[in-house]
Design a binder for this molecule. Structure first.
Ligand code: NI
Length: 303
């Protein structure tokens, strides 16, 4: 597990937008700016096959959080679908008219086609989280292709929808792999900035507390619908986020609202890249947030 951790951290560091220091302060979500909702100009939207331009204008393909105008956030649920917990979560989301994003594991998608159909029918986004949850960053290209293609196909077969984004298990995906997956399937690589460590601390109160504490406008919140305690946490978590003024959108909706962070006037290249909004986290600073990114073992036993 240590190796996985290190690899994941190295990967996250290399993304250069690894989750910036959390701002535990209250999110001060402004009242919704309706304009963002309806117009949501995809400020960076570049087709996957855009001619690889110079780095300066290269399309952004990795997101840990978004810079958006308005209190928009994306709830994301990984590693399912799960036969019991995912339907329960879907009930909660439906009751609240909330759309989330499900990063499914292909072998689970194939096992629960009806749940897959329900996820899509109820307006949620489905995304690729590999076939069997391996650490992709240490695999061969053909192995990675197999993991992502089989899941891509399973999602299309069960739902008729083509996934647009992916999340690597453990957050472990090299820059080269991200670029390749973007060119191959058009995938954006979605990481996260809020991690309640719900796979580790199986306590609903903890999950709720961590999410409510760390979420800010533009946050991408990681959790796992395979864990009962995570789903148990959701009614109060979702209601608590809504009470703070947050608006729930899918990941693809959130990244379509993403705008460049205004450049900071000061340019001290040697300075420690500590807090900046993800613009220069390249140096060996360990990102503080995803201490144990998504370290859920591959879901083995299905109920
Ligand atoms: Ni996972």
């Amino acid at each position: 597990m240590h190796l996985l951790l290190l690899a994941a951290l190295a990967c996250l560091t290399a993304t250069a937008i690894a989750a910036p220091g959390r701002k535990p302060a209250t999110p001060s979500p402004k009242p919704a700016t309706p304009a963002s909702d309806s117009t949501s100009p995809p400020s960076f939207a570049a087709p996957a096959d855009a001619a690889s331009p110079a780095a300066a204008s290269a399309p952004k393909i990795t997101f840990s959080q978004c810079h958006v105008e308005g209190p928009y956030i994306a709830m994301t649920f990984d590693d399912g679908p799960h036969g019991a917990n995912t339907p329960r979560l879907l009930d909660m989301l439906k009751q609240r008219k909330i759309h989330a994003t499900f990063f499914v594991v292909g072998q689970c998608a194939a096992e629960f086609p009806d749940i897959m159909k329900r996820i899509v029918a109820e307006g949620h986004e489905i995304a690729n989280h590999s076939w069997s949850h391996p650490q992709l960053s240490s695999m061969s290209e053909s192995g990675v292709r197999d993991q992502l293609q089989k899941t891509h196909d399973a999602i299309i077969q069960t739902t008729g929808v083509t996934p647009k984004v992916m999340r690597p298990p453990y957050g472990a995906f090299t820059a080269r792999q991200r670029s390749w997956a973007n060119g191959t399937w058009g995938y954006k690589c979605i990481l996260w900035d809020v991690d309640p460590l719900d796979w580790k601390v199986r306590n609903a109160e903890h999950v709720k507390h961590e999410i409510l504490k760390a979420t800010v406008g533009g946050s991408i919140i990681l959790s796992h619908d395979i864990h009962k305690t995570t789903v148990d946490a959701m009614p109060e978590t979702l209601d608590g986020l809504a009470a703070k003024g947050f608006k729930f959108v899918t990941v693809s909706e959130l990244i379509a609202m993403d705008r460049p962070v205004p450049p900071k006037p000061k340019a001290t290249p040697a300075a420690k890249p500590e807090t900046s909004e993800g613009s220069k986290t390249e140096a060996g600073k360990t990102p503080p947030v995803p201490a144990a990114p998504d370290s859920t073992p591959a879901p083995k036993a299905k109920p």
